[in-house]
Design a protein around this ligand. Structure first.
Ligand code: AHR
Length: 611
Protein backbone atom coordinates (compact mmCIF):
# COMPACT_ATOMS: atom_id res chain seq x y z
CA UNK A 1 0.00 0.00 0.00
CA UNK A 2 1.12 3.53 -0.59
CA UNK A 3 0.27 6.21 1.94
CA UNK A 4 0.38 9.81 0.77
CA UNK A 5 -0.09 12.85 2.97
CA UNK A 6 -1.04 15.66 0.59
CA UNK A 7 -0.72 18.24 3.35
CA UNK A 8 2.88 17.39 4.21
CA UNK A 9 5.49 19.60 2.58
CA UNK A 10 8.45 17.87 0.97
CA UNK A 11 11.48 19.16 -0.85
CA UNK A 12 11.15 21.79 -3.54
CA UNK A 13 12.00 20.48 -7.01
CA UNK A 14 13.83 23.00 -9.18
CA UNK A 15 12.71 23.54 -12.77
CA UNK A 16 16.29 22.81 -13.77
CA UNK A 17 16.23 19.40 -12.07
CA UNK A 18 16.55 17.33 -15.27
CA UNK A 19 18.75 18.30 -18.17
CA UNK A 20 20.91 16.88 -20.93
CA UNK A 21 24.62 16.23 -21.20
CA UNK A 22 26.07 16.87 -24.63
CA UNK A 23 29.52 15.54 -25.45
CA UNK A 24 31.09 15.19 -28.89
CA UNK A 25 31.35 11.42 -28.61
CA UNK A 26 29.91 8.96 -31.17
CA UNK A 27 30.10 11.81 -33.71
CA UNK A 28 27.54 13.76 -31.76
CA UNK A 29 28.79 17.07 -33.19
CA UNK A 30 30.47 16.68 -36.62
CA UNK A 31 28.35 14.13 -38.46
CA UNK A 32 25.62 14.75 -35.89
CA UNK A 33 24.09 17.85 -34.33
CA UNK A 34 26.26 20.21 -36.37
CA UNK A 35 24.41 20.37 -39.68
CA UNK A 36 27.51 20.42 -41.95
CA UNK A 37 27.15 17.65 -44.57
CA UNK A 38 30.75 17.64 -45.81
CA UNK A 39 33.18 15.53 -43.85
CA UNK A 40 36.74 16.86 -43.42
CA UNK A 41 35.75 20.11 -45.10
CA UNK A 42 39.04 21.82 -44.29
CA UNK A 43 41.40 18.94 -45.19
CA UNK A 44 42.69 18.99 -41.62
CA UNK A 45 42.15 15.29 -40.86
CA UNK A 46 45.47 13.81 -39.82
CA UNK A 47 47.04 10.73 -38.30
CA UNK A 48 47.16 12.70 -35.07
CA UNK A 49 43.37 12.38 -34.94
CA UNK A 50 43.17 8.76 -35.99
CA UNK A 51 45.78 6.49 -37.48
CA UNK A 52 43.60 5.79 -40.50
CA UNK A 53 43.17 9.47 -41.44
CA UNK A 54 44.87 11.51 -44.13
CA UNK A 55 44.06 15.06 -45.27
CA UNK A 56 42.03 13.45 -48.07
CA UNK A 57 39.89 11.22 -45.87
CA UNK A 58 36.32 11.19 -47.24
CA UNK A 59 37.50 12.89 -50.46
CA UNK A 60 38.14 11.39 -53.90
CA UNK A 61 39.98 13.30 -56.58
CA UNK A 62 40.40 13.20 -60.34
CA UNK A 63 43.16 14.80 -62.38
CA UNK A 64 45.86 16.66 -60.48
CA UNK A 65 44.96 17.19 -56.87
CA UNK A 66 47.14 17.27 -53.76
CA UNK A 67 46.86 18.67 -50.30
CA UNK A 68 49.44 21.21 -49.17
CA UNK A 69 50.44 22.69 -45.82
CA UNK A 70 52.67 25.62 -46.67
CA UNK A 71 52.83 29.40 -46.66
CA UNK A 72 49.98 29.53 -49.16
CA UNK A 73 47.55 28.32 -46.49
CA UNK A 74 44.21 29.93 -45.69
CA UNK A 75 45.36 31.05 -42.22
CA UNK A 76 47.56 29.96 -39.34
CA UNK A 77 44.74 27.99 -37.72
CA UNK A 78 43.55 26.30 -40.89
CA UNK A 79 46.71 24.99 -42.42
CA UNK A 80 46.04 22.33 -45.01
CA UNK A 81 44.33 23.14 -48.29
CA UNK A 82 43.79 21.41 -51.62
CA UNK A 83 45.68 22.41 -54.76
CA UNK A 84 43.61 21.45 -57.78
CA UNK A 85 45.06 21.41 -61.28
CA UNK A 86 43.23 22.54 -64.43
CA UNK A 87 40.43 20.12 -65.37
CA UNK A 88 40.58 18.36 -61.98
CA UNK A 89 37.92 17.70 -59.37
CA UNK A 90 37.36 16.69 -55.78
CA UNK A 91 34.34 14.79 -54.40
CA UNK A 92 33.19 14.43 -50.82
CA UNK A 93 31.34 11.40 -49.50
CA UNK A 94 29.94 12.94 -46.29
CA UNK A 95 29.06 10.84 -43.25
CA UNK A 96 27.53 7.37 -43.09
CA UNK A 97 26.32 6.54 -46.60
CA UNK A 98 26.90 10.03 -48.00
CA UNK A 99 25.44 13.51 -48.03
CA UNK A 100 21.77 13.31 -47.21
CA UNK A 101 19.45 15.69 -49.06
CA UNK A 102 15.68 16.11 -49.22
CA UNK A 103 13.79 16.85 -52.40
CA UNK A 104 12.80 20.53 -52.50
CA UNK A 105 15.19 21.59 -49.70
CA UNK A 106 17.85 24.21 -50.31
CA UNK A 107 21.49 23.83 -49.32
CA UNK A 108 24.12 26.53 -48.86
CA UNK A 109 27.36 25.71 -50.58
CA UNK A 110 30.50 27.67 -49.73
CA UNK A 111 34.19 27.39 -50.47
CA UNK A 112 37.31 29.39 -49.76
CA UNK A 113 39.37 29.57 -52.95
CA UNK A 114 42.49 31.17 -54.35
CA UNK A 115 43.49 31.37 -58.00
CA UNK A 116 46.19 33.00 -60.04
CA UNK A 117 44.03 35.01 -62.36
CA UNK A 118 40.65 33.28 -62.24
CA UNK A 119 39.26 29.77 -61.95
CA UNK A 120 35.74 28.68 -62.85
CA UNK A 121 34.51 26.19 -60.24
CA UNK A 122 31.60 23.90 -61.02
CA UNK A 123 29.67 22.53 -58.08
CA UNK A 124 27.55 19.43 -58.52
CA UNK A 125 25.56 17.18 -56.21
CA UNK A 126 24.83 13.66 -57.37
CA UNK A 127 24.39 10.03 -56.33
CA UNK A 128 24.74 6.77 -58.26
CA UNK A 129 21.40 7.47 -60.01
CA UNK A 130 22.50 10.85 -61.30
CA UNK A 131 22.12 14.53 -60.56
CA UNK A 132 20.58 15.64 -57.24
CA UNK A 133 20.58 19.38 -57.95
CA UNK A 134 21.23 21.72 -60.81
CA UNK A 135 24.97 22.40 -61.12
CA UNK A 136 26.24 25.79 -60.00
CA UNK A 137 29.22 27.80 -61.15
CA UNK A 138 31.34 30.21 -59.10
CA UNK A 139 34.45 32.01 -60.30
CA UNK A 140 37.39 32.39 -57.96
CA UNK A 141 39.70 35.35 -58.55
CA UNK A 142 42.98 36.27 -56.85
CA UNK A 143 43.75 35.67 -53.16
CA UNK A 144 41.75 33.65 -50.66
CA UNK A 145 38.06 34.61 -50.67
CA UNK A 146 34.80 32.88 -49.82
CA UNK A 147 32.41 31.97 -52.64
CA UNK A 148 28.85 30.77 -52.18
CA UNK A 149 26.06 29.13 -54.16
CA UNK A 150 22.66 27.67 -53.38
CA UNK A 151 21.61 24.17 -54.42
CA UNK A 152 18.06 22.90 -54.30
CA UNK A 153 17.66 19.12 -54.23
CA UNK A 154 15.56 17.69 -57.03
CA UNK A 155 15.44 14.25 -55.38
CA UNK A 156 15.78 12.80 -51.89
CA UNK A 157 18.93 10.78 -51.36
CA UNK A 158 21.08 9.58 -48.46
CA UNK A 159 23.99 8.70 -50.72
CA UNK A 160 24.82 12.08 -52.20
CA UNK A 161 28.28 13.20 -53.27
CA UNK A 162 29.42 16.81 -53.59
CA UNK A 163 31.89 17.58 -56.35
CA UNK A 164 33.88 20.73 -57.06
CA UNK A 165 35.61 20.76 -60.44
CA UNK A 166 37.96 23.47 -61.62
CA UNK A 167 38.76 24.59 -65.14
CA UNK A 168 42.04 26.22 -64.06
CA UNK A 169 44.51 25.69 -61.22
CA UNK A 170 42.97 26.72 -57.89
CA UNK A 171 43.53 26.28 -54.16
CA UNK A 172 40.44 25.23 -52.18
CA UNK A 173 39.60 25.03 -48.50
CA UNK A 174 36.51 24.89 -46.25
CA UNK A 175 34.29 23.21 -48.82
CA UNK A 176 30.92 23.23 -47.11
CA UNK A 177 27.29 22.28 -47.70
CA UNK A 178 24.77 23.10 -44.98
CA UNK A 179 20.98 22.79 -45.21
CA UNK A 180 19.09 26.07 -45.06
CA UNK A 181 16.64 24.41 -42.74
CA UNK A 182 18.53 24.18 -39.45
CA UNK A 183 17.07 24.40 -35.96
CA UNK A 184 15.86 27.99 -35.49
CA UNK A 185 18.25 28.93 -38.29
CA UNK A 186 21.27 28.48 -36.01
CA UNK A 187 23.17 25.78 -37.89
CA UNK A 188 22.13 22.67 -35.97
CA UNK A 189 20.56 19.61 -37.57
CA UNK A 190 16.84 20.11 -37.18
CA UNK A 191 15.61 16.57 -36.37
CA UNK A 192 18.23 16.03 -33.66
CA UNK A 193 17.80 19.48 -32.15
CA UNK A 194 14.02 19.00 -32.11
CA UNK A 195 14.37 15.69 -30.31
CA UNK A 196 16.52 17.31 -27.65
CA UNK A 197 14.18 20.30 -27.41
CA UNK A 198 11.19 17.94 -27.04
CA UNK A 199 12.68 16.74 -23.76
CA UNK A 200 12.29 20.27 -22.41
CA UNK A 201 15.61 20.07 -20.59
CA UNK A 202 16.28 22.30 -17.61
CA UNK A 203 19.97 22.59 -18.48
CA UNK A 204 22.58 21.61 -21.04
CA UNK A 205 25.91 20.37 -19.67
CA UNK A 206 28.61 20.69 -22.35
CA UNK A 207 31.06 20.08 -24.04
CA UNK A 208 32.11 16.84 -22.17
CA UNK A 209 33.21 14.54 -20.49
CA UNK A 210 36.57 13.12 -21.19
CA UNK A 211 36.78 15.55 -24.06
CA UNK A 212 37.35 18.35 -21.58
CA UNK A 213 40.05 17.07 -19.27
CA UNK A 214 42.30 14.97 -21.47
CA UNK A 215 45.16 15.84 -23.78
CA UNK A 216 47.41 18.85 -23.76
CA UNK A 217 46.36 21.86 -21.70
CA UNK A 218 48.44 24.10 -23.93
CA UNK A 219 46.87 26.29 -26.56
CA UNK A 220 47.05 25.90 -30.32
CA UNK A 221 50.45 26.91 -31.65
CA UNK A 222 50.08 29.13 -34.70
CA UNK A 223 53.74 28.70 -35.58
CA UNK A 224 53.80 24.92 -35.81
CA UNK A 225 50.15 23.98 -36.06
CA UNK A 226 50.34 22.03 -32.80
CA UNK A 227 49.30 21.27 -30.00
CA UNK A 228 46.98 18.70 -31.45
CA UNK A 229 45.11 16.57 -28.90
CA UNK A 230 44.31 19.61 -26.86
CA UNK A 231 41.90 19.57 -23.97
CA UNK A 232 38.70 21.38 -24.98
CA UNK A 233 39.56 25.08 -24.71
CA UNK A 234 36.61 27.31 -25.42
CA UNK A 235 38.51 30.10 -27.13
CA UNK A 236 39.46 27.66 -29.90
CA UNK A 237 35.80 27.27 -30.74
CA UNK A 238 34.44 30.77 -31.35
CA UNK A 239 34.68 33.30 -34.18
CA UNK A 240 34.59 32.57 -37.92
CA UNK A 241 34.56 28.79 -38.54
CA UNK A 242 37.51 28.93 -40.93
CA UNK A 243 39.61 30.28 -38.07
CA UNK A 244 38.72 27.57 -35.57
CA UNK A 245 41.70 25.21 -35.42
CA UNK A 246 40.40 21.66 -35.58
CA UNK A 247 41.49 19.21 -32.90
CA UNK A 248 42.08 15.54 -32.31
CA UNK A 249 39.05 14.43 -30.36
CA UNK A 250 39.72 12.17 -27.37
CA UNK A 251 37.20 9.80 -28.92
CA UNK A 252 39.38 9.11 -31.94
CA UNK A 253 38.31 11.50 -34.66
CA UNK A 254 38.81 15.05 -35.81
CA UNK A 255 36.72 17.78 -34.28
CA UNK A 256 35.95 20.81 -36.47
CA UNK A 257 34.57 22.99 -33.65
CA UNK A 258 31.91 24.20 -36.09
CA UNK A 259 29.72 23.45 -33.09
CA UNK A 260 31.52 25.59 -30.52
CA UNK A 261 30.82 27.59 -27.40
CA UNK A 262 28.72 30.26 -29.10
CA UNK A 263 26.56 27.58 -30.69
CA UNK A 264 26.21 25.73 -27.35
CA UNK A 265 25.04 28.90 -25.63
CA UNK A 266 22.72 29.70 -28.52
CA UNK A 267 21.24 26.21 -28.52
CA UNK A 268 20.70 26.29 -24.74
CA UNK A 269 18.85 29.57 -25.16
CA UNK A 270 16.86 28.22 -28.12
CA UNK A 271 15.54 25.32 -26.07
CA UNK A 272 15.04 27.34 -22.88
CA UNK A 273 17.72 25.48 -20.91
CA UNK A 274 20.36 26.75 -18.51
CA UNK A 275 23.85 26.51 -20.06
CA UNK A 276 26.31 24.61 -17.89
CA UNK A 277 29.80 24.56 -19.42
CA UNK A 278 32.67 22.45 -18.12
CA UNK A 279 36.25 23.73 -18.26
CA UNK A 280 39.42 21.68 -17.74
CA UNK A 281 40.92 21.74 -14.22
CA UNK A 282 44.49 20.98 -15.35
CA UNK A 283 44.32 17.48 -13.97
CA UNK A 284 43.76 14.98 -16.75
CA UNK A 285 41.34 12.09 -16.33
CA UNK A 286 39.85 9.18 -18.28
CA UNK A 287 42.90 6.94 -18.06
CA UNK A 288 45.46 9.76 -18.32
CA UNK A 289 45.35 10.89 -14.70
CA UNK A 290 48.09 13.47 -14.48
CA UNK A 291 48.26 16.71 -12.58
CA UNK A 292 49.69 19.44 -14.78
CA UNK A 293 52.23 21.43 -12.77
CA UNK A 294 52.59 24.68 -14.60
CA UNK A 295 51.62 27.76 -12.73
CA UNK A 296 51.58 30.06 -15.72
CA UNK A 297 49.35 27.64 -17.61
CA UNK A 298 47.01 27.32 -14.64
CA UNK A 299 46.75 31.10 -14.42
CA UNK A 300 46.00 31.27 -18.13
CA UNK A 301 43.20 28.70 -17.80
CA UNK A 302 41.75 30.55 -14.81
CA UNK A 303 41.80 33.77 -16.84
CA UNK A 304 40.17 31.89 -19.74
CA UNK A 305 37.40 30.88 -17.36
CA UNK A 306 36.83 34.48 -16.31
CA UNK A 307 36.85 35.44 -19.98
CA UNK A 308 34.28 32.73 -20.66
CA UNK A 309 31.93 34.32 -18.16
CA UNK A 310 32.52 37.68 -19.83
CA UNK A 311 31.86 36.11 -23.22
CA UNK A 312 28.55 34.75 -21.93
CA UNK A 313 27.41 37.63 -19.75
CA UNK A 314 29.57 40.70 -20.35
CA UNK A 315 28.35 43.94 -21.92
CA UNK A 316 29.02 44.50 -25.59
CA UNK A 317 31.61 47.05 -24.55
CA UNK A 318 33.72 44.38 -22.81
CA UNK A 319 36.44 42.56 -24.74
CA UNK A 320 34.70 39.18 -24.78
CA UNK A 321 31.14 40.49 -24.75
CA UNK A 322 32.04 42.35 -27.91
CA UNK A 323 33.07 39.08 -29.59
CA UNK A 324 29.73 37.53 -28.61
CA UNK A 325 27.90 40.53 -30.08
CA UNK A 326 29.96 40.28 -33.27
CA UNK A 327 28.88 36.67 -33.62
CA UNK A 328 25.26 37.80 -33.52
CA UNK A 329 24.17 37.86 -29.88
CA UNK A 330 24.54 41.27 -28.22
CA UNK A 331 22.28 40.23 -25.35
CA UNK A 332 24.02 38.25 -22.58
CA UNK A 333 23.39 34.51 -22.44
CA UNK A 334 22.84 34.59 -18.66
CA UNK A 335 25.41 32.06 -17.46
CA UNK A 336 24.85 31.16 -13.79
CA UNK A 337 26.75 27.88 -13.35
CA UNK A 338 29.97 26.40 -14.63
CA UNK A 339 31.85 23.26 -13.74
CA UNK A 340 35.59 22.92 -13.31
CA UNK A 341 36.86 19.47 -14.23
CA UNK A 342 35.42 16.07 -14.96
CA UNK A 343 36.04 12.79 -13.16
CA UNK A 344 39.52 13.64 -11.88
CA UNK A 345 41.14 10.60 -10.36
CA UNK A 346 43.53 12.64 -8.24
CA UNK A 347 41.24 14.39 -5.76
CA UNK A 348 43.94 16.23 -3.81
CA UNK A 349 45.61 17.64 -6.91
CA UNK A 350 42.24 18.45 -8.39
CA UNK A 351 41.07 20.32 -5.32
CA UNK A 352 44.21 22.42 -5.14
CA UNK A 353 43.40 23.69 -8.60
CA UNK A 354 39.62 23.77 -8.25
CA UNK A 355 39.88 26.11 -5.27
CA UNK A 356 41.96 28.57 -7.28
CA UNK A 357 39.42 28.58 -10.13
CA UNK A 358 36.58 29.06 -7.66
CA UNK A 359 38.30 31.86 -5.75
CA UNK A 360 38.95 33.78 -8.97
CA UNK A 361 35.38 33.35 -10.21
CA UNK A 362 33.83 34.24 -6.87
CA UNK A 363 35.98 37.35 -6.57
CA UNK A 364 34.82 38.68 -9.93
CA UNK A 365 31.46 37.00 -10.42
CA UNK A 366 29.99 36.17 -6.98
CA UNK A 367 26.66 35.14 -8.56
CA UNK A 368 28.17 32.35 -10.64
CA UNK A 369 28.12 28.90 -9.03
CA UNK A 370 31.28 26.87 -9.58
CA UNK A 371 30.60 23.13 -9.67
CA UNK A 372 33.18 20.53 -8.62
CA UNK A 373 33.09 16.73 -8.86
CA UNK A 374 33.57 13.50 -6.96
CA UNK A 375 35.93 11.71 -9.38
CA UNK A 376 35.12 8.86 -11.73
CA UNK A 377 33.38 6.39 -9.44
CA UNK A 378 30.21 6.21 -7.44
CA UNK A 379 32.02 4.82 -4.38
CA UNK A 380 35.49 3.84 -3.17
CA UNK A 381 38.46 5.71 -1.77
CA UNK A 382 38.80 8.34 -4.51
CA UNK A 383 35.12 9.08 -4.18
CA UNK A 384 35.33 9.28 -0.38
CA UNK A 385 38.36 11.56 -0.47
CA UNK A 386 36.75 13.76 -3.08
CA UNK A 387 33.56 14.08 -1.04
CA UNK A 388 35.55 14.86 2.11
CA UNK A 389 37.39 17.61 0.25
CA UNK A 390 34.14 18.89 -1.21
CA UNK A 391 32.62 19.14 2.23
CA UNK A 392 35.69 20.81 3.71
CA UNK A 393 35.76 23.32 0.87
CA UNK A 394 32.04 23.96 1.32
CA UNK A 395 31.39 23.39 -2.36
CA UNK A 396 27.91 24.22 -3.65
CA UNK A 397 27.42 21.41 -6.15
CA UNK A 398 29.32 18.16 -6.69
CA UNK A 399 29.16 16.37 -10.03
CA UNK A 400 28.71 12.58 -9.61
CA UNK A 401 28.90 10.06 -12.48
CA UNK A 402 28.01 6.40 -12.70
CA UNK A 403 27.23 3.76 -15.30
CA UNK A 404 25.89 0.66 -13.61
CA UNK A 405 23.71 -2.35 -14.20
CA UNK A 406 19.94 -2.13 -14.12
CA UNK A 407 20.03 -4.16 -10.92
CA UNK A 408 22.24 -1.50 -9.35
CA UNK A 409 19.75 1.20 -10.28
CA UNK A 410 16.90 -0.79 -8.80
CA UNK A 411 18.82 -1.53 -5.64
CA UNK A 412 20.08 2.00 -5.13
CA UNK A 413 16.86 3.94 -5.25
CA UNK A 414 17.64 5.05 -1.71
CA UNK A 415 21.19 6.28 -2.55
CA UNK A 416 20.47 9.89 -1.64
CA UNK A 417 18.12 9.25 1.29
CA UNK A 418 21.13 9.24 3.61
CA UNK A 419 23.13 12.12 2.07
CA UNK A 420 23.96 14.95 4.44
CA UNK A 421 21.21 17.56 4.11
CA UNK A 422 23.51 20.38 5.15
CA UNK A 423 26.48 19.48 2.94
CA UNK A 424 27.16 20.21 -0.74
CA UNK A 425 24.34 19.41 -3.16
CA UNK A 426 24.58 16.84 -5.93
CA UNK A 427 24.74 17.40 -9.67
CA UNK A 428 24.30 13.95 -11.17
CA UNK A 429 26.02 14.92 -14.41
CA UNK A 430 26.25 11.46 -15.99
CA UNK A 431 24.41 8.23 -15.38
CA UNK A 432 22.90 5.34 -17.30
CA UNK A 433 22.07 1.72 -16.73
CA UNK A 434 24.06 -0.32 -19.19
CA UNK A 435 21.69 -0.76 -22.08
CA UNK A 436 18.96 0.68 -24.26
CA UNK A 437 16.35 -1.97 -23.53
CA UNK A 438 13.00 -1.25 -21.96
CA UNK A 439 14.25 -2.95 -18.81
CA UNK A 440 17.16 -0.50 -18.60
CA UNK A 441 14.82 2.42 -19.08
CA UNK A 442 12.50 1.11 -16.39
CA UNK A 443 15.36 0.75 -13.92
CA UNK A 444 16.37 4.35 -14.63
CA UNK A 445 12.79 5.51 -14.10
CA UNK A 446 12.69 3.70 -10.76
CA UNK A 447 15.98 5.34 -9.78
CA UNK A 448 14.78 8.77 -10.84
CA UNK A 449 11.92 8.57 -8.35
CA UNK A 450 14.70 8.41 -5.75
CA UNK A 451 16.40 11.46 -7.25
CA UNK A 452 13.17 13.38 -7.15
CA UNK A 453 12.33 12.28 -3.62
CA UNK A 454 15.69 13.74 -2.65
CA UNK A 455 15.32 16.94 -4.63
CA UNK A 456 16.62 18.88 -1.63
CA UNK A 457 20.00 17.15 -2.18
CA UNK A 458 20.00 16.26 -5.89
CA UNK A 459 19.65 19.54 -7.71
CA UNK A 460 20.48 18.55 -11.30
CA UNK A 461 20.60 15.25 -13.18
CA UNK A 462 21.44 14.28 -16.76
CA UNK A 463 21.55 10.92 -18.54
CA UNK A 464 24.69 10.24 -20.61
CA UNK A 465 25.70 10.17 -23.37
CA UNK A 466 23.05 12.02 -25.32
CA UNK A 467 23.73 11.20 -29.00
CA UNK A 468 25.20 8.40 -31.10
CA UNK A 469 25.71 8.13 -34.83
CA UNK A 470 25.12 4.43 -35.48
CA UNK A 471 28.20 4.13 -37.71
CA UNK A 472 30.68 5.79 -35.35
CA UNK A 473 29.98 4.41 -31.90
CA UNK A 474 32.50 4.70 -29.09
CA UNK A 475 30.03 4.35 -26.25
CA UNK A 476 26.74 2.69 -25.69
CA UNK A 477 24.04 2.96 -24.51
CA UNK A 478 23.02 6.41 -25.68
CA UNK A 479 19.83 8.41 -25.47
CA UNK A 480 19.21 9.34 -29.12
CA UNK A 481 20.47 7.40 -32.15
CA UNK A 482 20.86 8.61 -35.69
CA UNK A 483 22.53 8.23 -39.06
CA UNK A 484 22.87 10.78 -41.88
CA UNK A 485 19.15 10.89 -42.67
CA UNK A 486 17.15 9.53 -39.72
CA UNK A 487 17.09 9.60 -35.93
CA UNK A 488 15.27 7.54 -33.35
CA UNK A 489 14.71 7.63 -29.62
CA UNK A 490 15.70 4.95 -27.14
CA UNK A 491 13.34 3.67 -24.48
CA UNK A 492 15.58 5.56 -22.03
CA UNK A 493 14.76 8.76 -23.94
CA UNK A 494 11.06 8.24 -23.28
CA UNK A 495 11.77 7.93 -19.56
CA UNK A 496 13.84 11.12 -19.55
CA UNK A 497 11.11 12.89 -21.47
CA UNK A 498 8.45 11.74 -19.04
CA UNK A 499 10.37 13.11 -16.08
CA UNK A 500 11.66 16.27 -17.77
CA UNK A 501 8.30 17.34 -19.08
CA UNK A 502 6.57 16.70 -15.79
CA UNK A 503 8.82 18.24 -13.19
CA UNK A 504 6.76 18.79 -10.05
CA UNK A 505 7.04 21.78 -7.74
CA UNK A 506 7.41 19.87 -4.51
CA UNK A 507 7.86 16.33 -3.30
CA UNK A 508 4.74 15.00 -1.61
CA UNK A 509 6.04 12.66 1.10
CA UNK A 510 4.71 9.12 0.75
CA UNK A 511 5.35 5.74 2.30
CA UNK A 512 5.05 2.31 0.70
CA UNK A 513 4.44 -0.93 2.60
CA UNK A 514 4.30 -4.51 1.38
CA UNK A 515 6.67 -6.34 -0.95
CA UNK A 516 7.23 -4.61 -4.25
CA UNK A 517 7.41 -6.94 -7.21
CA UNK A 518 10.90 -7.45 -8.55
CA UNK A 519 11.83 -6.80 -12.16
CA UNK A 520 14.42 -9.41 -12.69
CA UNK A 521 16.58 -11.21 -13.45
CA UNK A 522 18.09 -8.50 -15.61
CA UNK A 523 20.13 -9.64 -18.58
CA UNK A 524 21.20 -6.10 -19.36
CA UNK A 525 23.55 -5.11 -22.08
CA UNK A 526 27.22 -4.85 -22.65
CA UNK A 527 28.54 -1.71 -21.06
CA UNK A 528 31.87 -0.86 -22.56
CA UNK A 529 32.12 2.09 -20.39
CA UNK A 530 34.74 2.32 -17.70
CA UNK A 531 38.39 3.07 -17.54
CA UNK A 532 39.60 0.00 -15.70
CA UNK A 533 41.88 -1.19 -18.48
CA UNK A 534 43.50 2.22 -18.36
CA UNK A 535 46.89 2.42 -19.97
CA UNK A 536 47.65 -1.24 -19.53
CA UNK A 537 46.33 -2.71 -22.78
CA UNK A 538 46.84 -2.29 -26.47
CA UNK A 539 45.00 -3.49 -29.54
CA UNK A 540 41.65 -3.87 -27.91
CA UNK A 541 39.13 -5.55 -30.19
CA UNK A 542 35.52 -6.11 -29.40
CA UNK A 543 33.75 -8.58 -31.65
CA UNK A 544 30.54 -10.52 -31.74
CA UNK A 545 30.61 -14.33 -31.60
CA UNK A 546 30.46 -14.42 -35.39
CA UNK A 547 33.57 -12.25 -35.58
CA UNK A 548 31.67 -9.06 -36.46
CA UNK A 549 33.66 -6.13 -35.24
CA UNK A 550 31.61 -4.15 -32.77
CA UNK A 551 34.22 -1.73 -31.61
CA UNK A 552 37.81 -1.38 -32.58
CA UNK A 553 40.48 1.13 -32.03
CA UNK A 554 44.21 1.10 -31.94
CA UNK A 555 44.06 2.57 -28.44
CA UNK A 556 47.54 3.87 -28.77
CA UNK A 557 48.58 7.10 -27.17
CA UNK A 558 45.60 7.79 -25.04
CA UNK A 559 45.48 4.29 -23.58
CA UNK A 560 42.84 1.72 -24.11
CA UNK A 561 39.51 3.20 -23.49
CA UNK A 562 37.20 0.31 -23.03
CA UNK A 563 36.58 -2.46 -20.69
CA UNK A 564 33.77 -4.90 -20.49
CA UNK A 565 31.42 -4.54 -17.60
CA UNK A 566 28.53 -6.66 -18.74
CA UNK A 567 29.37 -9.83 -16.82
CA UNK A 568 31.74 -12.73 -17.15
CA UNK A 569 35.31 -12.30 -16.10
CA UNK A 570 38.62 -11.19 -17.50
CA UNK A 571 41.78 -13.23 -17.42
CA UNK A 572 45.27 -13.06 -18.85
CA UNK A 573 46.05 -15.99 -21.17
CA UNK A 574 49.29 -16.23 -23.10
CA UNK A 575 49.97 -12.58 -22.60
CA UNK A 576 46.51 -11.66 -23.84
CA UNK A 577 43.79 -10.12 -21.78
CA UNK A 578 40.72 -12.10 -22.68
CA UNK A 579 37.09 -11.72 -21.76
CA UNK A 580 35.53 -15.07 -20.93
CA UNK A 581 32.60 -16.01 -23.04
CA UNK A 582 30.45 -17.27 -20.26
CA UNK A 583 28.27 -14.35 -19.38
CA UNK A 584 24.57 -14.59 -19.90
CA UNK A 585 24.53 -10.83 -19.69
CA UNK A 586 26.33 -10.25 -22.95
CA UNK A 587 23.40 -8.91 -24.85
CA UNK A 588 23.58 -5.85 -27.00
CA UNK A 589 20.19 -4.56 -27.94
CA UNK A 590 19.13 -1.11 -28.89
CA UNK A 591 15.52 -0.06 -28.89
CA UNK A 592 14.67 1.18 -32.34
CA UNK A 593 17.85 -0.17 -33.83
CA UNK A 594 17.06 -3.41 -35.61
CA UNK A 595 20.67 -3.81 -36.69
CA UNK A 596 21.79 -4.93 -33.25
CA UNK A 597 20.89 -8.35 -32.03
CA UNK A 598 21.99 -10.40 -29.09
CA UNK A 599 25.70 -10.37 -29.67
CA UNK A 600 27.95 -12.52 -27.60
CA UNK A 601 30.76 -10.15 -27.07
CA UNK A 602 34.41 -11.05 -26.99
CA UNK A 603 36.98 -8.54 -25.91
CA UNK A 604 40.63 -9.09 -26.61
CA UNK A 605 43.51 -6.83 -25.74
CA UNK A 606 47.22 -7.21 -25.54
CA UNK A 607 48.83 -6.28 -22.31
CA UNK A 608 51.36 -3.50 -22.77
CA UNK A 609 54.94 -4.31 -21.91
CA UNK A 610 55.72 -3.59 -18.29
CA UNK A 611 52.09 -3.12 -17.20
O1 AHR B 1 29.65 9.83 -21.13
C1 AHR B 1 30.78 9.23 -21.64
C2 AHR B 1 31.99 9.41 -20.73
O2 AHR B 1 31.76 8.83 -19.49
C3 AHR B 1 32.35 10.82 -20.40
O3 AHR B 1 33.14 11.40 -21.37
C4 AHR B 1 33.10 10.70 -19.11
O4 AHR B 1 32.94 11.82 -18.29
C5 AHR B 1 32.54 9.45 -18.49
O5 AHR B 1 33.53 8.60 -18.08
Amino acid sequence: AITVDPKATGAKIDDTMYGVFFEDINRAADGGLYAELVQNRSFEYSTADNRSYTPLTSWATTGTAATADDDGRLNARNRTYLALGAGSSVTNSGYNTGLSVQEGETYDFSVWARADGSAALTVTLQDADGELAQARRVTARGGWARYTARLTATRTSATGRLTVASGSPAALDMISLIPRDTYKGHGLRADLARKIAALDPGFVRFPGGCLVNTGSMKGYDEESGWERRRAYQWKDTIGPVEQRATNANFWGYNQSYGLGYYEYFQFSEDIGAMPLPVVPALVTGCGQNQAVDDDALLKRHIQDTLDLIEFANGPVTSEWGKKRAKMGHPKPFGLTHLAVGNEENLPNEYFERFKQFRAAVEAKYPDVTVVSNSGPDDSGSTFDTAWKLNREANVDLVDEHYYNSPQWFLQNNDRYDSYDRSGPKVFLGEYASQGNTFRNALSEAAFMTGLERNADVVKLASYAPLLANEDYVQWRPDLIWFNNHASWNSANYEVQKLFMRNVGDRVVPSRATGTPSVIGPVTGAVGLSTWATSAAYDDVKVTGADGTELLADDFSGDASRWTHTGGGSWSVQDGQYVQSDEAAENTMVSAGDPAWHDYDVHVKATKKAGK
